[in-house]
Design a protein around this ligand. Structure first.
Ligand code: UDP
Length: 310
């Protein structure tokens, strides 16, 4: 298989490359390195089946060689990154997605859009299944991300309808693991860094909001299962073990044996109160099953953070 992966130097992209590199005929990575990093992928630079191109998919790109599968990951994805780069986030979800779809159309390749649980907004139902339309503020602090991904889904659906593209949409729920940026404000890395430095652990709100954290290997496994699914469809990918942010803080405190104390800060506006994927469709159609439990995944992540912390 010959892959083109936008955003392939990012957190999830780098794990995806590691999973498929041995069996891929070719992997081309397009990344503008806004939130991705060469250090995530530089170990592949000498391989003949690997090519990194510094390119922003918001600008037209034609690989001018056959591509079997386009995987479109490029986007700011953490609340801190997309609030800092609102226009870029909107453009990578909109123009970037159209450009990535155009490549798939030209080479008649399969297409996979990395969408997000954020398209469900602050959901009024739980768990969230793929038929749910969501509860999204179009002009709120998260709207640049949520709406760009909703547009990206609409664009992907249009290419399926009009051009019969074999495109899949995966809605990725909170994912963590090695290669996350340590300074982009996400809860797992924030708490681990705070714990390892014996600093206060900053829980927002009362810490009763929930998330369901998926270790990156499970998420990447789900992405590849969806990518090779035979026909267009939409899948939730993540882990359905739902916990409160307080429980996450306590688990990290226990594993790291830190002296840190929990302190409470204001809950950011429009912070979703609950998030849990309904995985029944992915389990049934893709045979998807997350297998790495929270403690095991956190232990692996903490070991990696220890080696990469300043
Ligand atoms: N959060 C927190 N403390 C932090 C960072 C985040 O309590 O230092 C909370 C945040 O308010 C949210 C949850 O943890 O409820 C997950 O935040 P994250 O930014 O990782 O991702 P989100 O799921 O909100 O996109």
């Amino acid at each position: 298989m010959r892959y083109l992966i936008t955003g392939g130097a990012g957190f999830i992209g780098s794990h995806l490359v590691s999973k498929i590199i041995d069996n891929a005929e070719k992997i081309i990575i397009l990344d503008n390195l806004l939130t991705g990093s060469e250090k995530n992928i530089n170990k592949y630079f000498d391989l003949s089946n690997f090519q990194f191109i510094s390119h922003d998919i918001q600008n037209h790109y034609d690989p001018e060689e056959n591509i079997d599968c386009v995987i479109h990951l490029a986007s700011c994805a953490s609340p801190v990154a997309y609030v800092e780069n609102p226009i870029n986030t909107l453009k990578s979800g909109s123009i970037g997605t159209i450009n990535a779809l155009g490549i798939a159309r030209k080479y008649n390749s399969s297409f996979l859009l990395a969408s997000t649980s954020e398209i469900y907004g602050d959901p009024k139902i739980s768990p969230q299944h793929e038929e749910y339309w969501g509860n999204v503020n179009p002009v709120g602090p998260r709207s640049m991300y949520d709406e760009s991904k909703r547009f990206a889904e609409a664009a992907t659906q249009a290419y399926i309808t009009e051009y019969k593209l074999n495109a899949k949409i995966v809605r990725i729920f909170n994912t963590y693991g090695p290669n996350m940026k340590l300074d982009d404000g996400r809860v797992v890395t924030n708490f681990i860094v705070q714990a390892l430095k014996n600093k206060d652990i900053t829980v927002f709100g009362k810490g009763l909001q929930t998330r369901s954290f998926s270790y990156v290997d499970d998420t990447v496994n789900g992405i590849m299962l969806a990518s090779s699914y035979k026909k267009p469809d939409i899948f939730n990918i993540g882990n359905d073990n739902e916990i409160t942010i307080n429980q996450l803080a306590q688990t990290i405190i226990d594993i790291t044996n830190t002296k840190s104390q929990i302190i409470y800060k204001d809950l950011p506006k429009d912070d979703p109160l609950q998030r849990k994927p309904d995985l029944s469709k992915s389990k049934k159609l893709l045979n998807y099953e997350p297998v790495i439990g929270l403690e095991k995944g956190l232990e692996k992540t903490i070991e990696w953070v220890k080696k990469n912390i300043d």
